[in-house]
Design a protein around this ligand. Structure first.
Ligand SMILES: [Zn+2]
Length: 290
């Protein structure tokens, strides 16, 4: 009899473990009860993959950044469990408003929507929110947003994972040279992994992704029209040089960076503690002593 109980217990534990392992990483696929388990399993760590909808050369879909970042984030979350927020693409993309299909929300809405989104994630138990960026135009927005989290107390921490640039060396090495910043060899290669069915390789040379260098200013002097001055067709690089091998190399690299970030964030108990300590001190700055 005890032997039967042992076998049954082992069977039950195995089934429970499998049940837990089978929890979807997709927020929107979980039931309410499973969501509770998912937050527990993820230790309150959630990903917000951040895309955009904009032209991507003559050969890639408008949602390239969204599709790519979700592919990378979902795969990473399956390796190191985290809950992944649904499709989010409400970022900074004013520089592509002259191209068809661009969705460019106003600045205040971008910030307010992002704040309410992370607030809502945290209210649901995501006390550690990792924004995984997939779009170059968000690279200034996201650190600014993260910085503004010190404006007033929050019971959660926002982390930002910037776009990951894979090392130019391989194997396999890049085939093209020069700027490769948007819909070029690197990005097209990654799309050959994420959504090959949406890549129109035969159209990649219909436009030029060469740097037109129309603005002569010192490198450290910033003005918003710099991108349009260099790449007026919203295409930078040579998409036709893309290969699946390069795409796999870059996606694997990105995947590793996201997995490492999830693990580091799960282990991080310092940020929230210091945030709380800081907010407490902000209530009476005159008492703060060196
Ligand atoms: Zn892109």
């Amino acid at each position: 009899m005890p032997r039967i109980f042992l076998v049954l217990t082992v069977l039950l534990v195995t089934l429970l473990a499998q049940g837990q392992a089978r929890l979807s990483v997709h927020w929107e696929e979980l039931t309410a009860a499973d969501f509770r388990s998912a937050i527990e399993q993820s230790k309150g760590t959630c990903l917000l993959p951040f895309g955009i909808v904009e032209k991507h050369g003559p050969h890639l879909p408008l949602g390239t950044d969204l599709l790519k970042v979700r592919y990378a984030a979902l795969r990473a979350a399956e390796q190191e469990y985290a809950v992944v927020f649904p499709e989010y693409y409400f970022g900074q993309i004013f520089e592509a408003k002259h191209e068809p299909g661009t969705i460019a929300y106003s600045t205040h809405l971008q910030l307010e929507l992002l704040q309410e989104t992370t607030d809502e994630m945290a209210r649901n138990g995501c006390k550690k929110v990792i924004i995984v960026n997939g779009h170059g135009g968000n690279e200034n927005l996201l650190p600014f947003f993260a910085q503004t989290q010190l404006e007033k107390p929050h019971d959660y921490v926002v982390y930002v994972l910037p776009i990951v640039e894979a090392p130019p060396a391989g194997p396999p090495a890049m085939k093209s040279s020069g700027p490769d910043m948007h819909a070029g060899e690197s990005e097209t290669s990654k799309m050959l992994i994420a959504r090959p069915d949406l890549v129109h390789m035969d159209r990649a040379n219909q436009e030029s992704g060469a740097d037109q260098a129309r603005l002569k200013l010192p490198g450290d002097l910033y003005t918003a029209i710099w991108w349009y001055a260099r790449f007026p067709d919203h295409y930078s690089g040579q998409g036709s040089a893309a290969t699946r091998e390069r795409g796999k190399f870059e996606m694997d690299d990105w995947n590793k960076v996201i997995v490492d970030a999830i693990r580091a964030v799960k282990a991080d108990e310092t940020s929230l503690r210091l945030q709380n300590e800081f907010f407490e001190k902000t209530k009476h700055p005159l008492d703060t002593r060196q």
